[in-house]
Design a protein around this ligand. Structure first.
Ligand SMILES: [Zn+2]
Length: 262
């Protein structure tokens, strides 16, 4: 029985038997894996806080012949979501990443680009705004996680092959113009002013331009900008619709984010 090791991010856990946990985790080298963490509920010292969703860790696990679940032996924390500032918005955003990835990623199928996306948005979700960091005696104020959420939503939609052309109207193929762009709950693409659906929603000029910039630049490039929670909200809704249409169900964590105004 070979023991495998990979950098990994914990997505979700649920109890099984009286003391074990099933863990869904996304490994860099082998893709998403499901395993059993034996005695994880009884013996805290074995896994410590490493089973907290969105923990980045080095994982050791063994594949078992004819068994669907691997045996998760050890997780060594590289970065814990609990080491940064923790608040309702940030926890809701982390839960959203976990649910989307747990739903979208096929098992045993490595996806390096998604892994790198996840690491970069986790860093940005925990980031403290730069101006607050230099404020000396003033308590550093953590920046809100809305930029990271917007970046993740856009890119995971693209990497799952669900993002339509954001530059052209899906009805007439004409180039779109800022301020005249809309989307509909019943179609995959964006529409020009002429082909706007009656039940369509406007995609603001800022959001449309953001989408194009975000598809060309790393998440860190947007960290210095002001990110009130309303910024990019329509763009997040557009990508969420694409994700939910693909999954054919509503995302539980998106409802929680909606209640926070995200
Ligand atoms: Zn058109």
């Amino acid at each position: 029985m070979a023991v495998l090791s990979s950098e990994a991010v914990v997505l979700r856990t649920w109890p099984v038997h009286e003391a074990d946990l099933i863990v869904s985790f996304f490994t860099r080298d082998y893709g998403r894996i499901k395993g059993v963490a034996k005695w994880a509920l009884k013996s805290r010292k074995r896994f410590g806080g490493a089973l907290e969703p969105m923990t980045v860790a080095r994982a050791w696990y063994a594949e078992r012949p004819r068994a669907e679940l691997v045996r998760l032996d050890q997780l060594e924390i590289i970065r814990s979501p609990l080491s940064g500032p923790v608040d309702m918005a940030r926890m809701a955003v982390l839960s959203f990443y976990a649910e989307v990835l747990d739903e979208c990623l096929p098992e045993h199928d490595p996806h390096e680009t998604v892994f790198r996306l996840l690491l970069s948005v986790l860093e940005q979700t925990a980031a403290v705004s730069p101006e607050a960091g230099h404020s000396g005696a003033v308590q550093p104020q953590a920046s809100q996680p809305w930029m990271a959420l917007t970046y993740f939503s856009l890119w995971i939609t693209r990497l799952m092959g669900l993002l339509p052309d954001v530059g052209h109207c899906m009805a007439c193929q004409q180039e779109l113009r800022a301020g005249e762009v809309s989307f509909s709950a019943y179609a995959d693409g964006l529409f020009c002013g002429l082909h706007r659906n009656q039940s369509g929603n406007a995609l603001s000029a800022d959001s449309w331009e953001l989408a194009q910039r975000m598809l060309r630049a790393p998440a860190s490039a947007f960290a210095g900008e002001a990110w009130p929670r309303r910024r990019g909200q329509d763009l997040r809704r557009f990508t969420l619709q694409a994700l939910e249409r693909h999954m054919e169900r509503r995302l539980r964590t998106a409802e929680a984010l909606g209640r926070l105004g995200g």
